[in-house]
Design a binder for this molecule. Structure first.
Ligand SMILES: O=C(O)c1ccccc1NCC(=O)[C@H](O)[C@H](O)COP(=O)(O)O
Length: 213
């Protein structure tokens, strides 16, 4: 069985970045959605990206962003992948991949089996599906610390690589991996002491726990 990959999402400071690198996380997420408490302005992403270059993969998170916003962030954050966390259609995901030439991770917000089935439509449009919890109307589409029913994606045999997000933390991530077989796990609020404030010990504990399975 191969090692579970980890992504720490919503880093905003050099200390947080170093903590993720020290913990041997595989990816860090830069959040380019302005309403988020984890928002990173492109000029700040540039400084983090310089530190991160050749040390850890950088995934840029967007919610229904236009090409201009993605263009600025891809350059500033030296992005290795683009995570589409909004209502982007398969056509839009394919367009983003073609235009920016980096892998596209499409988030599918899950509350039912029908939501999981929506992933199939991205078979040729994206490179990875990230299953995350569906959040209540009027709230942020991610980063809310909400989990969904993991049995809906257990041992998912879809047409793409995949990962699991939503309410994962150092305490439950090993069980989540054991129960779903997720090859990649992603967390934001589960490794924070307050919204947007990452905790180095929690990041280390999360990465360690994800790899124990
Ligand atoms: O983190 C945010 O603030 C956020 C805002 C809007 C869209 C997505 C967001 N986060 C995306 C992530 O990749 C999170 O890791 C994922 O939603 C899980 O979050 P959490 O339940 O807090 O671990």
């Amino acid at each position: 069985m191969s090692r579970t990959a980890t992504k720490i999402c919503g880093l905003t400071t050099p200390d947080m970045l170093e903590a993720a690198i020290q913990a041997r996380a595989d990816h860090v997420g830069f959040n380019f959605f302005p309403p988020s408490p984890r928002y990173l302005a492109p000029r700040d992403a540039a400084a983090l990206a310089e530190r991160a270059e050749a040390r850890i993969s950088r995934v840029g998170l967007f919610v229904d962003a236009d090409d201009a916003a993605i263009t600025e962030a891809v350059a500033a954050g030296r992005l290795d992948a683009i995570q589409l966390h909004g209502q982007e259609t398969p056509e839009r995901a394919a367009q983003v991949r073609a235009r920016f030439g980096v892998p596209v991770w499409k988030v599918i917000s899950v509350a039912s089996a029908a939501d999981v089935a929506r992933a199939d439509a991205y078979a040729t449009a994206a490179d990875l599906i990230l299953f995350d919890a569906k959040t209540p109307k009027g709230t942020l589409p991610g980063g809310m610390g909400l989990a969904f029913d993991w049995t809906l994606v257990a041992n998912w045999k879809g047409p793409l690589a995949w990962g699991l997000a939503g309410g994962l933390n150092p305490t439950n991530v090993a069980e989540a991996v054991a129960r779903t077989g997720a090859p990649l796990v992603d967390t934001a609020s589960g490794v924070e002491s307050a919204p947007g404030v990452k905790d180095a010990d929690l990041i280390a504990a999360f990465c360690r726990a994800a790899r124990t399975v």
